[in-house]
Each structure stands twice: as structure tokens, then as C-alpha cells.
Design a protein around this ligand. Structure first.
Ligand SMILES: Cc1cc2nc3c(=O)[nH]c(=O)nc-3n(C[C@H](O)[C@H](O)[C@H](O)COP(=O)(O)OP(=O)(O)OC[C@H]3O[C@@H](n4cnc5c(N)ncnc54)[C@H](O)[C@@H]3O)c2cc1C
Length: 400
């Protein structure tokens, strides 16, 4: 009997696991199903460029159909997993009416899926209402953490005629720690190009004792903020936003008025993780940092943004973790010992940090070794842009 492997989540992490498994295991060894609520695959790094019009919102650099990225042996189910029962090894899936690609449902709006192995690649979700005064779509505040949010921000920026723009973080952890800094550098450049910089103040607020979580990176980027006349306040843990009076305030008791607010919304793990009792108080999955098994749930693995691991919530981490999960599943199903090196995750992350003016730097690190970012240069900026294009052809397929 083939082993039933179910992967929840068709983001970068889940898609790589599915494709590597399908390429390696024979159909008599495994039956692979990926369940995703949207059926679309978003490339979130592209959202950073939407507010500045560097890329179109409907571009295939931003979004593609998940089916087109999956090996033909992977069954794709488009539906919402509404319950995970890890004791009985089964899932409850709810389908949205009118969606295609639903395998074996007989038209039902709910179905139970039993599994032998489960991979949770459910990512993170935005929860603006975790901050007092905020909810998605209320009041005048902005973010670039969804395609819709980034497009709304683009309109706001195009109407902006000068004043104070505050860039802030609504809570930790959040996806892609460099993103608010990258946005700040691109914003500075954009305002200069439009002749608005002299009439504008950019103020970057950060909850930690430095402008970036990792000290070696903060040492490189802090002088760049100063050079560009970007003001910053550290130890600013956002507590509330008053969208009537345009004031953001912190747990530390500071208040900052703004004309335009760009705020990374608070993040949590997936609702189904919270509601199935598998996550911690923020919905992150307690995950073994080396084997990526979910603690206390046999035959369940987690990867990417969904975990509670002490690494950046990044596509890069999800990518490296996916290889480890796939390797461990293959070894287990074949009754082989997992091979050293491929079978454990060492916290590896590799990403770029745009610093504006067509320059970027690169962050390469793991649990033991912090990044030593090189001086920002055009070379890394070009590499980042090349990677953004190459992504669709090599990453989801698990070819690198
Ligand atoms: C603006 C921005 C810029 C970024 N830039 C970079 C960068 O330069 N480099 C980098 O490495 N990372 C970057 N990231 C972070 C990166 O995009 C994410 O960390 C990565 O996409 C996480 O992948 P994932 O597979 O864990 O989760 P996701 O890609 O979030 O996928 C999760 C999937 O699970 C599905 N799902 C959730 N719950 C359910 C359910 N109950 N039932 C069915 N399906 C469900 C969702 O629909 C989703 O498709 C950036 C992020 C943002 C927002």
C-alpha cells in the first residue's frame, strides 16, 4: 500500500516538499496530496516592489497557479483544512463552492482525509486586530504584506505630497525581517526621484534595541539610514494606532504622529493550527529545530513560517527546510537511515537586503553563525532581481 502523504499549504515550502517527493518516490511507495485554500502561489518578495510601481500587480512575477508548479503526480486539492486530528491521523477539509481541482469529493462541501504522514506548511496570517485601534481595512493605515495592501499603498504614495511617513512593525515575529528596512530604503529613493524628499520626513520605528534583529546586520544598515537622513527610534513596541488622530503609540509610552503610516501587521500562525490545539499561544508549531518534526505529534512535520523555530520567517528558510523534510520522509518510507547532512536543518538562511540606489547586500547565516553582510553593491542588487525572475523556474520545483 502506498503511504498517504498530505501536505497542507501550497506556498514555497509545501510546493518544494511535494515536488521533491513526487520526483523521488514511486506511486507504489507514496500517494502525495497537497491541499491549499487558494490554489494560487504568491511570490511575496514581489510585493515589496508593488508600491513603487516596479512590477505590475497582475504580473506573473507575483502570482501563478499552483497546479502549474506541481509535478503531475501530486494531487492538488483546493480547499480549507478546518480541523487536524493528529491522534486519529485525519483532516477535515471544507471546500469553497465553485473551485476546481477537487479530487474525490463527490460534490460534498466537506470531506475527511486520512493520512500516514502530514506536512504542515501553512505559513503565517496577518492579524491587524491584535493591535488596539486596528483592523484590516479600517482607518487610514497601510502595509505591503499582501498584494491588495501593496496596491492600496501605491495609490497613497502617488497622492502623497510631503509630510511624515512612519514605517513601523506591529509585532514580532513577522515575515521577512529585512522587508521594512528594504521598504524604507526604497521609499527614500522614490521620494528623491519625485522631488519630495526635502518636504518629507521618514521615521523608522523598531521594537528591538537596534534597527534589525541581528547585530552584525544592524551595524551595516544603521549608518545607511543616517546617511540618507532617515530618523529611527528603537525600543518602539507598537501598542496602538489611533487612525482618527494619526498617532501610533508604543508600550514604552511614546507617541508618534504621522501623515502616512506603513505598518507591518502583527502575524500569527494559521487558524487551523490554533483551533486544532497544535500551536503555541501565537499559533506557531512547536518544531524540533533539527528534524523539523512537530513535538508531540508523531508523523507530523512542519516547515517555513508556520514553525516556532528561531530563524527568519523567510522563503529561504522554508526552501532549505523543505529539502530536509522530503529527505526524512523518503528515508522513513523506504526504511532507510536518514543520511547525515541532508537529514537535519542547521538554521540555514540566505537572502538579500535591498539598500536602495540600485544596491543590495546578502545575508547568509545559520543557527551557529550570524551573517557577515558584504558592503552593499550593484552586484547583489542584480542577483536579487535575477533570483526574483529565476524563482518560478527552479525554486518551487525543488531544483536548487
Ligand atoms: C513583502 C515581503 C517580502 C519578502 N521577501 C522575502 C525575501 O526577499 N526572501 C525570502 O526568503 N523571504 C521573503 N519573504 C518571506 C517569504 O515570502 C515567506 O517567508 C514564505 O513565503 C513562507 O513560505 P511558506 O511556504 O512557509 O508559507 P506561505 O507561502 O505563506 O504558504 C502557506 C500556504 O498555506 C495555505 N494555507 C494556510 N492555512 C491553510 C488551511 N487551513 N488549509 C489549506 N491551506 C492553507 C495558504 O493558502 C498558503 O498558500 C517576504 C515576505 C513578504 C511579505
Amino acid at each position: 500500500m502506498p503511504q498517504r502523504i498530505i501536505i497542507i499549504g501550497g506556498g514555497v515550502g509545501g510546493t518544494i516538499v511535494a515536488n521533491v517527493l513526487a520526483r523521488t518516490l514511486h506511486p507504489y511507495e507514496a500517494d502525495i496530496t497537497l491541499i491549499d485554500s487558494s490554489g494560487d502561489h504568491a511570490y511575496m518578495p514581489g510585493w515589496l516592489y508593488l508600491p513603487f510601481n516596479h512590477v505590475a500587480a497582475d504580473s506573473d512575477q507575483i502570482i501563478r497557479r499552483e497546479r502549474d508548479l506541481l509535478n503531475h503526480q501530486v494531487h492538488l486539492v483546493i480547499g480549507e483544512v478546518s480541523k487536524i486530528d493528529s491522534s486519529n491521523r485525519e483532516l477535515l477539509v471544507t471546500y469553497s463552492p465553485g473551485r476546481d481541482a477537487i479530487a474525490g469529493t463527490g460534490g460534498a462541501s466537506e470531506a475527511i482525509y486520512p493520512y500516514d504522514y502530514l506536512v504542515l506548511a501553512t505559513g503565517a496570517r496577518l492579524v491587524p486586530s491584535d493591535l488596539s485601534g486596528l483592523s484590516e481595512g479600517n482607518g487610514d493605515w497601510h502595509h505591503f504584506y499582501s498584494a491588495e495592501g501593496a496596491i492600496r499603498l501605491r495609490h497613497a504614495l502617488h497622492e502623497f505630497a510631503g509630510g511624515r511617513i512612519v514605517v513601523a512593525v506591529g509585532g514580532i515575529p513577522y515575515r521577512c525581517p529585512p522587508a521594512p528596512l528594504e521598504f524604507t530604503f526604497l521609499l527614500d529613493e522614490w521620494l528623491r526621484q519625485r522631488g519630495l524628499r526635502e518636504r518629507s520626513e521618514i521615521h523608522y520605528l523598531y521594537p528591538l534595541p537596534r534597527v534589525f534583529p541581528i547585530e552584525t546586520v544592524a551595524e551595516v544598515v544603521t549608518p545607511l539610514l543616517e546617511e540618507r537622513n532617515v530618523k529611527y527610534t528603537i525600543f518602539f513596541n507598537t501598542e496602538a494606532v489611533d487612525t482618527e488622530r494619526n498617532i501610533i503609540s508604543s508600550l514604552e509610552g511614546e507617541e508618534m504622529p504621522y501623515d502616512l503610516l506603513v505598518l507591518v501587521p502583527p502575524h500569527r500562525g494559521a487558524k487551523v493550527v490554533e483551533e486544532s490545539g497544535l500551536g503555541d499561544e501565537q499559533g506557531w508549531l512547536p518544531t524540533d529545530r533539527a528534524t523539523l518534526e512537530v513535538k508531540g505529534a508523531p508523523h507530523v512535520y512542519a516547515l517555513g513560517d508556520a514553525t516556532d523555530l528561531p530563524v527568519s520567517k523567510s522563503g529561504s528558510a522554508a526552501h532549505f527546510e523543505a529539502k530536509v523534510v522530503a529527505h526524512r520522509l523518503i528515508a522513513d518510507i523506504r526504511g532507510e537511515a536518514p543520511r547525515n547532512g541532508e537529514a537535519t536543518y542547521d538554521g540555514e538562511v540566505m537572502c538579500f537586503l535591498e539598500t536602495g540606489q540600485n544596491k543590495a547586500t546578502q545575508l547568509v547565516f545559520n543557527y551557529e553563525h550570524p551573517p557577515r553582510p558584504p558592503r552593499p553593491s550593484r552586484y547583489y542588487h542584480m542577483e536579487k532581481h535575477l533570483f526574483n525572475r529565476a524563482y518560478w523556474h527552479i525554486v518551487p520545483q525543488g531544483l536548487v
